[in-house]
Each structure stands twice: as C-alpha cells, then as structure tokens.
Design a binder for this molecule. Structure first.
Ligand SMILES: Nc1ncnc2c1ncn2[C@@H]1O[C@H](COP(=O)(O)OP(=O)(O)O)[C@@H](O)[C@H]1O
Ligand SMILES: [Mg+2]
Length: 391
C-alpha cells in the first residue's frame, strides 16, 4: 500500500498510535480492512476491532473486497477491558485497529461512549498498551460536521500521527493527508479511487487532476503544485458572471474563499480588472484541496482568462505566490514542479524568477508582477525562455 505508506511517512512505527479521521462513509473502514488483510498476509497478527459493525457485517464487507481468505482477528465489541484482554493474549500482535474510538467505552468511567472523558480515557489506555507491547495502534475517529473530531481535538495531541480523509464521499477520488507526524513529513497526501472492490491506489496521481485533452474553454488553467513531497498538476477553473445582487457571490471549492476574495481585490487594484459587480466561482477539479500559497498565480490567471474570455493552452502551467501589491513571490521546489510538468507534456511554465538557473527542459516565463500576465495570456504562451520584459 504505497499511498498509505507515504502518508504514514514510510510505514507504521512499532508502538506508535495513528489517528485516522474523516466523515462517515468516506472509506475509513474500507481502507483499514484492506490494510489489516495485507498486514496479516505478511505474517504479523492484526486485530481489527469494530464497535460499529457485527462480525457478519465485517465478513460481508471483506467478501465484497475479495478478502475472505485473510486471517485477520476480528472482534466486535465496545468494551475496552475486553479488547485489552484479547490484545494481551496474542503473541507478537503487529497492529490493532480500533473502529471507532467514539464507540468504545471504559466501564470504570461513568459516562457514555463518545464523550470527551470516555474518548480520552480509552485512547490513553490503548496507547499505553501499544507503547508497552510494541504493537502499532490505528484509531478511527469520526469527524463531525464542523470538521472537528468528535470527542475532540484531544485525540490529535495524543496520537503520534494524524491522518485525515479529505472531502466527502461524493468524490470518486479519496485524498488522505498527514496533518501531524512524529516520524515523518506532514502534508503528505495519498490518493485512492473508490470502487466496489474497495479503495485502489491511484498510480499516476499527478495526471489525475489534469484534463485529458485541451482545456478548450476560458477560465481554466493548470497549477503546478506540491502537496507534501509530491508534485501534482491540478486544473483550476474560474467562472465570472454578472451579478444582480448587492453583494455578489464568491464561492470556492478546494480553495480558501478568503484568499479568493484577496485575489479579486488584488486584480482590481493592481491589474485593473474590476470584478466587484461580478459573481466569482472557483473550483479545484477532482476534489483536491489546495492550501499552498503558490496557487495564487494560477488562480489569478484563471480569473483573468474567465473575465477576458481568452483560452489558456493546456500546455502551460502556473505557480507563484501573489502579494498585496501584485508582486509575484518566490515559492519552494521549482525543480520538482517543473520536472513533473515536463513528464505530463507541459511546454511552458509561468512562474517567479529562479534563484539559480535551472537546467529543466521547459520554456519558463519569469514574472515579477501580475501585470506581466497580460502579455503572457494574450500571447497564449508564445514567448521565449526568460523574463517577460514589456507589457
Ligand atoms: N456494496 C457496495 N458497493 C460499492 N461500494 C460500496 C458498497 N458499500 C459501501 N460502498 C462504498 O464504501 C463507502 C463506505 O466506506 P466505509 O469504509 O464504510 O466508510 P467509513 O468507515 O469512513 O464510514 C461508501 O461511501 C461507498 O462508496
Ligand atoms: Mg466505518
């Protein structure tokens, strides 16, 4: 499971506690059942505790995932004492999976499962057992509507590694992201595709969020992004339309809507593109969530393209942070962005100037200010390698 290994920071550390959080139906149980089957195949015992489903239900799911033959130890209980009893009886237990922590109860504590006291106490006891026995612990935590893990943030501090399933279950792709890791980098992402046979790893994720053929319409451009240590090319779409509302609508999927408002203000003040009477929609294609400021330039380009109805060619990528005066600021990891872009057939990159001249075999336009985009977009990328001088 390379994608899962990646978010774990290279693998599961002995005696560590991993928290996997996400909305109901996103695929936590599916992923962990698949993981449990793989672990037990590799001759380590794996205990899968479900306090939500009966043994029959888990077996039905396993059959659907083609894992009926796997020798995973299954128990269906909500009793902490019982789980610890079983865990202590098995020699060389590799992994214990708790699905989910909110349904577990410590009988010594007089409050209902899912309350802060219960969740905290059960987690503490399980972690203590994991540390002592060298067993790795994986805890499932449900996320409530407002994005908090019910029971709540307390869990994040206790776990060594915290992994979130992003988005919702209407998306075909499921992105898991490391939020915290004592043993590896954070912000690392793993990408899976949900199918009837479970979560399948996506082999070439950087191409997943790119359009197969030309963008065709205005308002789209490709952002050469970095998520964790992984370069990923993502299509960003913008739509600008007249508004009849006193406060025109601004909406963003996969990006911060406040940052979008900032970009709209910068376009008005520093580029001369006034969108104050327009509705503006921004969409990151495929359910990706982008947090990098380096996406600013791509968002600006998509907005200009949408407003001016000029199509940006698919063979062109954008990246760079945009400051309040419209200046294009440097970001990190130019080379991996560019090399990935080259792999996917991109011919031109619009980006901040390079600190050192790179040897990448791709046409690069270094821009210092967003005004230079006028020339770049009007010429549809028909420019030479180097700085854009006049505009
Ligand atoms: N019989 C089925 N065929 C295909 N997909 C299914 C089936 N049952 C469940 N799924 C998929 O699995 C998902 C449920 O995943 P699950 O691992 O139970 O989520 P979680 O544990 O995070 O609540 C559903 O959103 C659905 O897409
Ligand atoms: Mg579940």
């Amino acid at each position: 499971m390379n994608e899962f290994n990646r978010v774990l920071g290279g693998g599961l550390v002995k005696g560590s506690a991993v928290l996997i959080a996400g909305e109901p139906g996103i695929g936590k149980s599916t992923l962990l059942l698949q993981f449990a089957a793989l672990i037990s195949q590799n001759s380590r015992s794996c205990l899968y505790v479900s306090a939500e489903e009966s043994i029959e239900q888990i077996q039905m799911r396993a059959a659907r995932l083609g894992l009926s033959e796997a020798s995973v130890l299954l128990i269906s209980t909500s009793s902490l004492t019982y789980i610890l009893d079983i865990a202590k009886k098995v020699n060389d237990m590799g992994v214990i999976i708790i699905d989910s922590i909110q349904t577990l109860r410590n009988d010594l504590i007089d409050s209902a499962p899912g309350t802060v006291t219960q969740v905290k106490s059960c987690t503490m006891e399980m972690i203590a057992h994991a540390k002592k026995s060298g067993t790795s612990l994986i805890i499932v935590g449900h996320v409530t509507k407002d994005g908090q893990i019910a029971g709540p943030k307390v869990l994040e501090h206790m776990a060594d590694t915290v992994i979130y399933f992003e988005g919702d279950n209407t998306q075909q792709f499921r992105v898991v992201r490391t939020i915290k890791n004592r043993y590896g980098p954070t912000n690392e992402i793993g990408i899976f595709e949900m199918s009837s046979s479970g979560l399948n790893e996506v082999k070439n994720p950087s191409a997943m969020f790119m359009p197969a053929s030309g963008l065709g319409t205005s308002g789209s451009c490709i952002f050469a992004g970095i998520e964790g240590t992984r370069p990923i090319m993502v299509e960003i779409q913008a739509l600008v339309s007249p508004s009849f509302l006193a406060t025109p609508r601004r909406s963003a999927v996969g990006w911060d809507v406040n940052r979008l408002a900032m970009m709209i203000a910068i376009l008005g003040a520093r580029y001369g593109l006034n969108l104050s009477d327009k509705e503006v929609y921004l969409n990151v294609v495929g359910g990706m969530k982008i947090t990098e400021p380096a996406a600013d330039l791509a968002v600006i380009a998509a907005l200009i393209s949408a407003a001016s109805n000029i199509v940006i060619p698919r063979e062109m990528v954008f990246f760079g942070e945009v400051g309040l005066s419209g200046e294009v600021r440097q970001v990190i990891q130019y080379e991996s962005r560019l090399n990935e872009a080259i792999k996917l057939g991109i011919e031109k990159a619009v980006m901040p100037s390079e600190r050192k001249v790179l040897t990448c075999n791709i046409n690069r336009s270094w821009i210092k200010h967003i005004l230079e985009l006028k020339k770049v977009i009007n010429n549809r990328g028909d420019h030479k390698n180097g700085p854009v001088k006049e505009y």
